[in-house]
Design a binder for this molecule. Structure first.
Ligand code: 5GP
Length: 210
């Protein structure tokens, strides 16, 4: 599978203010709601649909939430250089489609990646001006309560996620890739803050490039 070549044509709707926005945060923190809220509120934003070898939960929609694939398909895509980054989470593989992201950037869009800290570190190496937001819970107790209230898993699985979340928060603080830490006390407020921060960053870049 050869990567498509988008270098030769420019559409009348293309602009020069493409930007990658990374959203990370532990499960149960509300990052998907914030991510989808950003996508709805910023007209030229597009959500990058990752590839994953994890099974669909039934709530997930193929091609909207993820591209679900078998391990062999994932590895074949990886071998062809098809991913901007990949990471393993709870024994499953996740990857960001490279050609699609680069095409959207070229079109001047705001490309949203909802990825973990490992992925964010890799993306920042390749696209240093990616704007990265980490969503934090108001406290560890609140996070544990939210994980329990989802009623998706048994207590052992919840504790595993909780331990993973604490380690990920620690790594997010020390890795130096995040531009903004957003404590999610209230979803509407957090979404508003994320949209304002992204808008301000885009404006700043526009003026820098004038
Ligand atoms: P879930 O399986 O619960 O949807 O996602 C598990 C974790 O994998 C989340 O932290 C999510 O942000 C992360 N994730 C989803 N897609 C990607 C991806 O393409 N790359 C990386 N590095 N992480 C991803």
């Amino acid at each position: 599978m050869a990567a498509p070549d988008f270098s030769s044509h420019r559409l009348p709707t293309d602009t020069d203010d493409g930007m990658v926005v990374i959203i990370s945060g532990p499960s149960g923190v509300g990052k998907t709601t914030i991510t989808r809220g950003i996508e709805r509120s910023i007209p030229d934003s597009v959500f990058s649909v990752s590839w994953t070898t994890r099974k669909s939960t039934g709530i997930d929609v193929e091609g909207v939430d993820y591209h679900f694939c078998e391990d062999a398909e994932f590895e074949a895509m990886k071998a062809l250089g098809g991913f901007l980054e990949t990471a393993g989470v709870y024994g499953k593989k996740y990857g960001t489609p490279k050609a699609w992201v680069l095409e959207q950037l070229k079109r001047g869009r705001l490309v949203i990646l909802e990825i973990d800290v490992v992925g964010a570190i890799t993306v920042k190496k390749q696209i240093p001006d990616a704007y990265a937001i980490f969503v934090l819970p108001p406290s560890e107790d609140v996070l544990l309560g939210r994980l329990r209230s989802r009623k998706r898993e048994d207590e052992a699985a919840i504790q595993k996620r909780f331990a993973h979340a604490k380690a990920e928060i620690e790594e997010a603080h020390t890795c130096g890739v995040y531009n903004l830490f957003l404590v999610n006390e209230n979803l509407d407020e957090s979404l508003g803050k994320a949209i304002t921060a992204i808008g301000a960053e885009r404006e700043r870049r526009k003026h820098k490039n004038l």
